[in-house]
Write a protein that binds this ligand. Structure first.
Ligand code: AG3
Length: 276
């Protein structure tokens, strides 16, 4: 794959293509096809089953936005769990938050962790942070086995196909609820409000039956289908809308800021419609 176009078939009738200069790595792990490619437009890029997961150019947007809204909604997010996210980008942001003491990453596919360390060192940097512990294990099992343990749980999964299906199920959200302490907060990436509206609605309904507080916020992520992405939050107590602006920590962030915290929660009517 040198100087040819990689195409992700994002939807049955939609594809996005990227000019690839070089394939740096390609292997089939126990769970998926793992590829790292060098592109002009986005720099080094991680593909799982030919789906764009992350890249050096726009990764900061997704990784900051999956992490900081929950970390700043919780008054004291000392103990944080990230499920998935083996590239390390999410845990890197988590470890940056001044009130986080311990961050555990549970990734099912050890190959993703190894390949990211080798080819995506700026993203994988968090995996070496002293606050961080990496476990190669099944996140679904991990939450079942660790009750009343975490302040914040972030689910940095792939799309709801293949190994990630269970991470979008109501049973899993119930286990996440139980793995959180009494004022815990959960966030998951929940795809595109334009293309995945029905799923977002269903998730919101499921969460509403489990968590007292639920919310949705958006960010612009150029490489994901539609470029406009949702994150869903379930919280036992605190609302992201009631955070004191002065208490918000945004250490060296490039997308997230105290204003973006609230701006991301301002939903256009068609998105609001999905969570009413
Ligand atoms: N996880 C979310 C990837 C979803 C992208 N979907 C797609 N391209 N169709 C990203 C992992 C980054 N840590």
């Amino acid at each position: 794959m040198e100087g040819i176009w990689f195409t992700e078939k994002q939807l049955p009738g939609l594809a996005v293509s990227c000019l690839v200069k070089k394939t740096l790595h390609h292997e089939k792990s126990e769970y998926q096809d793992v590829k790292v490619v060098e592109t002009d437009t986005f720099g080094t890029m991680l593909l799982l089953d030919n789906v764009i997961q992350t890249n050096v150019r726009d990764e900061f947007i997704y990784h900051e936005m999956i992490s900081f809204p929950a970390l700043n909604t919780h008054p004291n997010p000392e103990n944080v769990l990230v499920i998935g996210g083996g590239d390390g980008g999410t845990i890197r942001e988590v470890a940056k938050h001044p009130r986080v003491k311990k961050a555990t990453l549970v990734e099912i596919d050890g190959v993703v962790v190894e390949v990211s360390k080798k080819y995506l060192p700026t993203i994988a940097a968090g995996l070496e942070d002293p606050k961080v512990e990496v476990k190669i294990d099944d996140g679904i099992k991990h939450v079942k086995d660790n009750k009343n343990t975490y302040d914040v749980i972030l689910v940095d999964s792939t799309d709801p196909i293949g190994p990630a299906v269970g991470l979008f199920a109501k049973e899993f959200y119930t286990d996440v609820f139980n793995a959180l302490k009494e004022d815990g907060i959960f966030v998951a990436q929940t795809a595109s409000p334009v293309f995945n509206g029905e799923m977002i609605k269903r998730i919101h309904k499921d969460l509403g039956e489990i968590f007292p507080v639920k919310d949705l916020y958006v960010a612009t992520i150029p490489t994901y289908p539609g470029g406009y992405w949702c994150f869903t939050m379930g919280s036992k107590k605190h609302s992201p809308r009631e955070v004191a602006k002065e208490s918000i920590a945004a250490p060296n962030t490039r997308y997230y800021s105290p204003d973006v915290h609230f701006g991301a929660l301002a939903l256009p009517p068609f998105v609001e419609e999905l969570v009413k």
